[in-house]
Design a protein around this ligand. Sequence first.
Ligand SMILES: [Zn+2]
Ligand SMILES: [Zn+2]
Length: 142
Amino acid sequence: MPMKKSAREFNCARCHKQVIICSPCDRGNIYCGRICSRRSRALNHRIANQIYQKTQKGQQKHALRQRRYRQRLRDKQNKVTDQGSNDLSQYDLLPREEKSQEIEQFYCHFCRKAVSIFLRNGFLRHHQEDKKQVSSSWPLGP
Ligand SMILES: [Zn+2]
Ligand SMILES: [Zn+2]
Protein backbone atom coordinates (compact mmCIF):
# COMPACT_ATOMS: atom_id res chain seq x y z
CA MET A 1 0.00 0.00 0.00
CA PRO A 2 1.54 3.28 -1.11
CA MET A 3 2.08 5.98 1.44
CA LYS A 4 -0.19 8.91 1.04
CA LYS A 5 1.08 12.39 1.31
CA SER A 6 0.51 14.12 4.55
CA ALA A 7 -1.74 17.10 4.40
CA ARG A 8 -2.89 20.10 6.31
CA GLU A 9 -6.42 21.24 6.73
CA PHE A 10 -7.23 24.90 7.08
CA ASN A 11 -9.92 27.43 6.49
CA CYS A 12 -9.44 29.94 3.73
CA ALA A 13 -8.55 33.29 5.22
CA ARG A 14 -10.93 34.98 2.90
CA CYS A 15 -13.97 32.80 2.27
CA HIS A 16 -13.46 30.42 5.22
CA LYS A 17 -14.02 27.43 3.08
CA GLN A 18 -12.35 24.33 4.45
CA VAL A 19 -9.34 23.44 2.39
CA ILE A 20 -7.06 20.44 2.34
CA ILE A 21 -3.57 20.91 1.09
CA CYS A 22 -0.88 18.27 0.73
CA SER A 23 2.61 19.02 1.89
CA PRO A 24 4.14 19.37 -1.61
CA CYS A 25 1.55 22.01 -2.44
CA ASP A 26 1.73 23.64 0.93
CA ARG A 27 3.62 26.89 1.00
CA GLY A 28 1.94 28.15 4.08
CA ASN A 29 -1.17 28.88 2.09
CA ILE A 30 -3.95 30.65 3.85
CA TYR A 31 -6.36 30.87 0.93
CA CYS A 32 -8.43 28.21 -0.75
CA GLY A 33 -7.03 28.97 -4.15
CA ARG A 34 -5.83 31.46 -6.65
CA ILE A 35 -9.10 33.31 -6.72
CA CYS A 36 -9.11 34.21 -3.08
CA SER A 37 -5.41 35.00 -2.88
CA ARG A 38 -5.47 37.13 -6.00
CA ARG A 39 -8.50 39.01 -4.86
CA SER A 40 -7.02 39.83 -1.51
CA ARG A 41 -3.75 40.86 -3.09
CA ALA A 42 -5.54 43.21 -5.41
CA LEU A 43 -7.29 44.66 -2.44
CA ASN A 44 -4.09 45.14 -0.55
CA HIS A 45 -2.97 47.79 -3.00
CA ARG A 46 -5.69 50.21 -2.14
CA ILE A 47 -6.31 48.84 1.25
CA ALA A 48 -6.02 52.02 3.25
CA ASN A 49 -9.28 53.88 2.93
CA GLN A 50 -11.65 51.69 1.04
CA ILE A 51 -11.08 48.45 2.79
CA TYR A 52 -14.04 48.63 5.07
CA GLN A 53 -16.54 49.25 2.33
CA LYS A 54 -14.88 46.80 0.02
CA THR A 55 -14.89 43.92 2.41
CA GLN A 56 -18.49 44.47 3.27
CA LYS A 57 -19.51 44.62 -0.33
CA GLY A 58 -17.26 41.76 -1.22
CA GLN A 59 -18.61 39.60 1.50
CA GLN A 60 -22.16 40.26 0.49
CA LYS A 61 -21.37 39.43 -3.08
CA HIS A 62 -19.46 36.43 -1.99
CA ALA A 63 -22.22 35.17 0.22
CA LEU A 64 -24.56 35.44 -2.70
CA ARG A 65 -22.20 33.55 -4.93
CA GLN A 66 -21.70 30.91 -2.30
CA ARG A 67 -25.39 30.48 -1.95
CA ARG A 68 -25.76 30.06 -5.68
CA TYR A 69 -22.89 27.67 -5.79
CA ARG A 70 -24.36 25.58 -3.05
CA GLN A 71 -27.71 25.63 -4.80
CA ARG A 72 -26.06 24.41 -7.94
CA LEU A 73 -24.32 21.66 -6.02
CA ARG A 74 -27.59 20.62 -4.53
CA ASP A 75 -29.21 20.59 -7.93
CA LYS A 76 -26.43 18.47 -9.22
CA GLN A 77 -26.74 16.07 -6.35
CA ASN A 78 -30.45 15.81 -6.83
CA LYS A 79 -29.87 15.09 -10.44
CA VAL A 80 -27.43 12.38 -9.56
CA THR A 81 -29.80 10.68 -7.21
CA ASP A 82 -32.65 11.06 -9.65
CA GLN A 83 -30.81 9.54 -12.51
CA GLY A 84 -29.14 6.81 -10.58
CA SER A 85 -25.75 5.98 -11.98
CA ASN A 86 -26.09 7.97 -15.16
CA ASP A 87 -24.28 11.06 -14.08
CA LEU A 88 -21.10 9.99 -12.43
CA SER A 89 -18.77 12.20 -14.38
CA GLN A 90 -17.67 14.17 -11.36
CA TYR A 91 -16.57 11.03 -9.58
CA ASP A 92 -14.57 9.89 -12.54
CA LEU A 93 -12.15 12.70 -11.83
CA LEU A 94 -10.88 10.75 -8.87
CA PRO A 95 -8.23 8.15 -9.37
CA ARG A 96 -9.76 4.76 -9.78
CA GLU A 97 -7.77 2.89 -7.23
CA GLU A 98 -8.91 5.33 -4.57
CA LYS A 99 -12.53 4.82 -5.44
CA SER A 100 -12.64 1.40 -3.89
CA GLN A 101 -11.79 2.66 -0.44
CA GLU A 102 -14.12 5.55 -0.06
CA ILE A 103 -14.01 5.76 3.68
CA GLU A 104 -12.86 9.21 4.74
CA GLN A 105 -10.65 9.76 1.76
CA PHE A 106 -9.39 13.29 1.37
CA TYR A 107 -7.92 14.94 -1.66
CA CYS A 108 -5.57 17.84 -1.92
CA HIS A 109 -7.56 20.85 -2.93
CA PHE A 110 -4.76 21.98 -5.23
CA CYS A 111 -3.37 18.91 -6.97
CA ARG A 112 -6.31 16.57 -6.35
CA LYS A 113 -4.14 13.78 -5.10
CA ALA A 114 -5.24 11.55 -2.29
CA VAL A 115 -3.80 12.55 1.03
CA SER A 116 -3.91 11.36 4.57
CA ILE A 117 -5.07 14.19 6.68
CA PHE A 118 -4.71 12.79 10.12
CA LEU A 119 -1.09 13.61 10.54
CA ARG A 120 -1.18 17.35 10.70
CA ASN A 121 -4.52 18.64 11.80
CA GLY A 122 -3.46 19.55 15.29
CA PHE A 123 -3.07 23.19 14.51
CA LEU A 124 -6.36 23.36 12.75
CA ARG A 125 -8.45 23.05 15.84
CA HIS A 126 -6.60 25.94 17.36
CA HIS A 127 -7.27 28.00 14.27
CA GLN A 128 -10.93 27.32 14.07
CA GLU A 129 -11.43 28.73 17.47
CA ASP A 130 -10.40 32.22 16.53
CA LYS A 131 -12.00 32.02 13.15
CA LYS A 132 -14.26 34.92 14.00
CA GLN A 133 -11.39 37.18 14.82
CA VAL A 134 -9.68 36.29 11.59
CA SER A 135 -12.72 37.30 9.60
CA SER A 136 -12.84 40.76 11.07
CA SER A 137 -9.15 41.54 10.87
CA TRP A 138 -7.39 41.54 7.57
CA PRO A 139 -5.17 38.55 6.83
CA LEU A 140 -1.54 39.26 7.17
CA GLY A 141 1.41 39.31 5.03
CA PRO A 142 2.44 38.62 1.46
ZN1 LIG B 1 -11.27 31.16 -0.28
ZN1 LIG C 1 -1.37 18.84 -3.48
